[in-house]
Structures are given as structure tokens and as C-alpha cells.
Design a protein around this ligand. Structure first.
Ligand code: UD1
Ligand code: CA
Length: 449
């Protein structure tokens, strides 16, 4: 049997989130809870069914996957009722894998083990042993054989002492699942149709229930409120950081490193504290990032040094470049090899050539700057006239004196020099020296004192 259906339960309101967003759309790292679950089942199952209730359209729009079968559960009458809604879409000769949309860190390998164990059998549960089992359904065994699951609210005092609990994740032969779902009823303290009651039905039908006891407790943790969401975020980040370090990334403190996206890196990269990586970021070899930087969707080459407090977004940074401290690199910027972008500089939508230096207090926007250019302290490309953005071109070897303003559109020729403090409104040719400041006057001055 290799026809596998994933059934993801996501109809709960998530009242304790105190949010207008449905619970499964709360975000962990850079994905919603539901997307985390989907990423793990996607390659395991032939078909994915999601049971939704609250704000279904919002969930469907966010997930935006036309191959998913969205099944509405109009009233939340219990987990058994939720699963029953999907049964009309499922062939008898298949395996149903049941998961929760609010248990985001479940691992593909665990699900695959559950499926394999169910190939010949009837039902396989994923259980976990908890120091504090309060709130969970307890696994009742007799001589090691699973007999039933009893919910917290229905359990006797003796049963409440059991530490092995139901995670909610299970795989079942679909034909048997259908049969037992027809047998359960809502005679319990919550007046709900409990999915978990199918276990006692199967045992009565002389079926053996298998189980896998989860060794990674984090993968079965559910999210019911913002406190748990933050706890899982830390766990997720910690696991990811551990993986990166095992692959050779140097992290000064894995607890002060967050990656909400994908990070690839070469050898000997060192990342200091308080770093946030977002989107798709890659680092070459021997690159270092000093404290307090945010780097998003950026390709960074070999031997790059990023000093403290930089924000870099949608950029390409070439080999041997140094950036920072306090630099803001905005989208569509390409900094070519060995350029130096120094203290308090903002660059937007610009190309900065090889060996060029923009070392202090500048704004460069919509500019193409050649190689070996020196941009003095406080230089500004005035790219915006209040209506349109205009280009600044600075050719190789030019020298722009400190505190100059280049009023775009403008071209500065090869090896041209701009005197400090100039406001340049007309293009400057190759090898020209251009100045635009009033002649200095030194006058007599009488102090009133
Ligand atoms: C359930 C299990 C319990 C287990 C625990 C693990 C049952 C009866 N109990 O309890 O054994 O230890 O999960 O967390 O199954 N849902 C729907 N429709 C409904 C009811 C629930 O889609 O009508 C969804 C919820 O959105 C949630 C999941 O099913 O994702 C679990 O529901 P919840 O009410 O949290 O179950 P528990 O009482 O915690
Ligand atoms: Ca729950």
C-alpha cells in the first residue's frame, strides 16, 4: 500500500492567541505554522487534505496551493468529527496520516516511520513521555499493548498518573479508520467526538495498535498561545544554529543568532552576536559579521568583513569588501570587489566599483560608480527632484571632495576631481577639476564684548 493521504486538522479557533489571525497562520521563523507542517508532509503523501473552520479563506489565500483538498468543518465537534469530514475523499486501500496544523516542528522522518509501521498493521500512534502530562490524552497499556487513549477530562486518578501521552499524530489504515469513526460517539465529559476513541474500537476488533515514542519532544509540541509560540521559535532557532555549527559555521553565541530563511556559507565564516538573517543569504569563505547586523536576501563573497550595526538588503557584495560600522545597504545594490563602505553610509540601487571608497557619512542612490573612486566624507547624490529619481554616473578614478552634492542627472568623468563643499549641477568631463563654492572672504569683525 503506498497511497498516502495526509489529513491536517486546522479547524480550531486558537482563542488563546488573542489574534484576528487563525492560529495556524501565526508565524514561526519565516513561515506560518501550517506551512511548517506542509513542508514536512509534502513529499511523503499523494494527497493533502486540510480541515479548516475559522477564517478558511484567509488560510487558503495564504497557503495558495491548488493541489490541497480544503475540507470545511462547520462546527468543531471534536477531532473524530474533523477527521470524518475527510473520509469521503479517501480510498479504503490507503493510509491516512493525521496531523495537527498547530504542531509545527514535526519531522518528516518521524512521519515516514509512522507510515512504514502502518503498512501491514492497523494504526500507529506517535506518543511521547512527559514529566508533566497535564492536558494530554493518556496512553493506556496492558502488558505493553495499547488498549485505549483516555482524555485528561475523562481520566481516573490512576490514569492521570500515566506519563505516556498521545501527541495526536497517527497513521491508520483508511478502511479501518472509516469503520471505527462510525463506531465512536460523544458520550464523554466534553460531549465531543474524540478521534482517540478509535483506539479502543480497534482493540475490541482485535487489532494491534503500534506506537512510536518520540525522542525529540520539541517535534510534538503544540502552539496554543504566544508564550508557546515564542518557546518554539527559540527551539527552532537553536536546532538550526546547531546544524549550522555542525556544518562549520562559527557562531559566537547560538542563542543570539536568528535565521528566518536559508543561509549557505563557505569555510571559516564567523558570526558574532545579535545577527538576524532573513530570506536567502549566502556567505563565501572567510567572511566575518560583527555584532548587531541584519542581512536579508544578499549574496556575500569571500573575505568580506561586515562591521557592527549594518543593515543589508537585496544586495550583492563582492570579494574582499568591507562594510560598516553603521551602514545601510538598500535593495539592488552591487558592491564590487575590495570596495570599502564605511561609517554611516546609505547606498540604494547603485553599483560601486572595485576598490572604490565611500568611507564616511554619505548617501549614494541611483548611482553607478566606477573603480578606484574616492567619495569624500558627507557626499550626497541628490537623486530626487521631488517628482522623479535621476541617475548619477561617476567614472573610474574620480575624486569627489568632502561635503559635495551631486545634483542628478549628472556624469562625473574619468579621473575628474570635485573640490570639497561643491554643489555640482552640470556634468564634469574626464580629468577636469570642478569647484562651485564662493570665494572665501576674511573680514574685520567687531565683537560686542
Ligand atoms: C488532542 C487529543 C489528545 C492529545 C492532544 C495532543 C483528542 C480527543 N484528543 O487533545 O489525546 O493528547 O490533542 O495535543 O483527539 N480540531 C479540529 N476540529 C475539531 C477539534 C479539533 O480541527 O472539531 C483540531 C484543532 O484545531 C487542533 C487539533 O485538532 O489542531 C487538536 O484539537 P484540540 O482541541 O487542541 O485537542 P486536545 O483537546 O488538545
Ligand atoms: Ca491542543
Amino acid at each position: 500500500m503506498n497511497n498516502i493521504h495526509a489529513i491536517i486538522l486546522a479547524a480550531g479557533k486558537g482563542t488563546r492567541m488573542n489574534s484576528t489571525k487563525p492560529k495556524v497562520l501565526q508565524v514561526l521563523s519565516n513561515n506560518t505554522l501550517l506551512e511548517h507542517v506542509l513542508s514536512q508532509v509534502k513529499t511523503l503523501c499523494n494527497k493533502i487534505h486540510i480541515v479548516y473552520g475559522f477564517k478558511g479563506r484567509q488560510i487558503q489565500q495564504k497557503i495558495n496551493n491548488s493541489s490541497i483538498n480544503w475540507v470545511k468543518q462547520v462546527k468543531q465537534l471534536g477531532t473524530g468529527h474533523a477527521v470524518a469530514q475527510v473520509m469521503p475523499y479517501i480510498e479504503d486501500n490507503s493510509i491516512s496520516l493525521i496531523l495537527y496544523g498547530d504542531v509545527p516542528l514535526i519531522k518528516r522522518s518521524t512521519l515516514s516511520d509512522l507510515i512504514n509501521k502502518t503498512q501491514q498493521g492497523s494504526i500507529t500512534l506517535l506518543s511521547v513521555v512527559l514529566d508533566n502530562p497535564t492536558g494530554y490524552g493518556r496512553i493506556i497499556r496492558n502488558n505493553k499493548q495499547i488498549q485505549a487513549i483516555v482524555e485528561q477530562k475523562d481520566a481516573s486518578n490512576i490514569q492521570l498518573d500515566i506519563n505516556e501521552v498521545n501527541t495526536g499524530v497517527m497513521a491508520a489504515n483508511s478502511q479501518l479508520l472509516k469503520q471505527y469513526l462510525n463506531e465512536i460517539d460523544s458520550r464523554n465529559t466534553q460531549d465531543e467526538l474524540y478521534l482517540t476513541d478509535i483506539i479502543a474500537c480497534a482493540v475490541a476488533d482485535e487489532k494491534t495498535i503500534s506506537s512510536i515514542i518520540s525522542k525529540n519532544k520539541f517535534e510534538v509540541l503544540g502552539v496554543n498561545n504566544k508564550v508557546q509560540l515564542a518557546e518554539l521559535e527559540r527551539l527552532f532557532q537553536k536546532n538550526q544554529a546547531t546544524q549550522f555549527m555542525q556544518q562549520g559555521l562559527g557562531l559566537k553565541d547560538p542563542a543570539r543568532f536568528d535565521c528566518r530563511g536559508t543561509l549557505t556559507f563557505g569555510q571559516n565564516c564567523e558570526i558574532d552576536i545579535n545577527i538576524l538573517i532573513e530570506g536567502k543569504v549566502s556567505l563565501g569563505n572567510n567572511t566575518t559579521i560583527k555584532p548587531n547586523c541584519i542581512i536579508k536576501n544578499t549574496t556575500i563573497g569571500n573575505h568580506v568583513s561586515i562591521f557592527p550595526n549594518c543593515v543589508i538588503e537585496d544586495a550583492v557584495i563582492g570579494e574582499g569588501v568591507t562594510i560598516g560600522p553603521f551602514v545601510h545597504i538598500r535593495p539592488q545594490t552591487h558592491i564590487q570587489t575590495h570596495a570599502k563602505i564605511g561609517n554611516f553610509v546609505e547606498i540604494k540601487k547603485s553599483t560601486i566599483g572595485k576598490n572604490t571608497k565611500i568611507s564616511h557619512l554619505s548617501y549614494v542612490g541611483d548611482a553607478t560608480i566606477g573603480k578606484n573612486v574616492n567619495i569624500g566624507a558627507g557626499v550626497i547624490t541628490c537623486n530626487y527632484d521631488g517628482v522623479n529619481k535621476h541617475q548619477t554616473m561617476i567614472a573610474d578614478g574620480a575624486f569627489i571632495g568632502s561635503d559635495s552634492q551631486l545634483i542628478a542627472p549628472i556624469k562625473i568623468g574619468k579621473n575628474a576631481k570635485i573640490g570639497a563643499g561643491s554643489t555640482i549641477t552640470k556634468s564634469v568631463s574626464e580629468n577636469q577639476l570642478s569647484l562651485s563654492r564662493t570665494k572665501q572672504k576674511n573680514l574685520k569683525y567687531h565683537s560686542k564684548k
